[in-house]
Design a protein around this ligand. Structure first.
Ligand code: PEP
Length: 263
């Protein structure tokens, strides 16, 4: 269902009127985690001012350590919905448990499945039945074929509104948090008709890598980028070192739009 074989044209996935794929280069930005109404609105206003089309933000955070901030849960979803009302930005947020899909889908415009859950098949199937577009991140140790098979689980439940997201894979390299597999962009686009975006924040793990990795993503033909922004990253409860601040997001948005005009 997600293979390019029977689909000659690449798909465009529309999230509350915002297109991802085709001729469009979509910028998605927002905080890694929803922390407070003020922090989420602050990040959303930064994203919107720079020209982002969608707001990201996690209310359920799948953290490596059980002692780290796990997200606000439904209270975070409510904050996201309020910020959507205030800014007009549709929201994409992660769901980590099949049992929460209905609840998360009642607030979100797009469901995110994170790297750690890419092969959580019950979650993929539930997301496929939720009636909302799905952003499917690549598992950090998954091959491209396994990633596309995960997308197939969603599609098999009747939902072809899937956007693939390359977010870096595990390698021996320690200088970055994960190694951005830039070749995955053209390879996935060749094998599948689904749009492919890149997350330079979670792959690089460092603020100063976000712009160069975004440029690489666009040059490789990505349909968009999804980045973390935070109004005060030094206080962030999750992934502060990779969050863009102040003028960074504007610089990134300008680079995205000028490069995509050239391609
Ligand atoms: C995220 O985008 O908030 C996230 C946790 O990403 P990943 O699943 O790629 O680590």
């Amino acid at each position: 269902l997600v293979s390019r074989e029977n689909h000659h044209r690449r798909s465009v996935v529309t999230v509350r009127g915002v297109p991802i794929g085709g001729e469009h280069m979509t910028l998605i930005a927002g905080p890694c985690a929803v922390e407070t109404p003020e922090q989420t609105l602050g990040a959303a206003l930064m994203a919107k001012a720079a020209g982002a089309a969608l707001l990201r933000g996690g209310a359920y955070k799948p953290r490596t350590s059980p002692y780290a901030f796990q997200g606000l849960g439904e209270a975070g979803l409510k904050i996201l919905a309020e910020v959507r009302d205030e800014t007009g930005l549709p929201i994409v947020t992660e769901v980590v448990d099949a049992g929460d899909v209905e609840l998360v889908a009642s607030y979100a415009d797009m469901l995110q499945i994170g790297t750690r859950n890419m092969q959580n098949f019950a979650l993929l199937q539930a997301a496929g039945e939720a009636g909302k577009p799905v952003l499917l991140k690549r598992g950090m140790s998954a091959t491209i074929e396994e990633w596309l098979m995960a997308a197939e689980y969603i599609a098999q439940r009747g939902n072809l509104d899937i956007v693939l997201c390359e977010r870096g894979i595990r390698t021996f390299e320690k200088a970055t948090r994960n190694t951005l597999d830039i070749a995955a962009v053209p390879v996935a686009q060749k094998l599948s008709h689904l749009p492919v975006i890149v997350d330079p924040s979670h792959s690089g793990g460092k603020r100063d890598l976000v712009l160069p990795l975004s440029r690489a993503a666009i040059a490789a033909g990505a349909d968009g980028v999804i980045v973390d922004v935070h109004p005060a990253p030094e206080t962030a409860l999750c992934d502060g070192p990779q969050a863009l601040v102040g003028d960074d997001i504007q610089e990134l948005a300008d680079a995205v739009s000028s490069m995509s005009r050239l391609l």
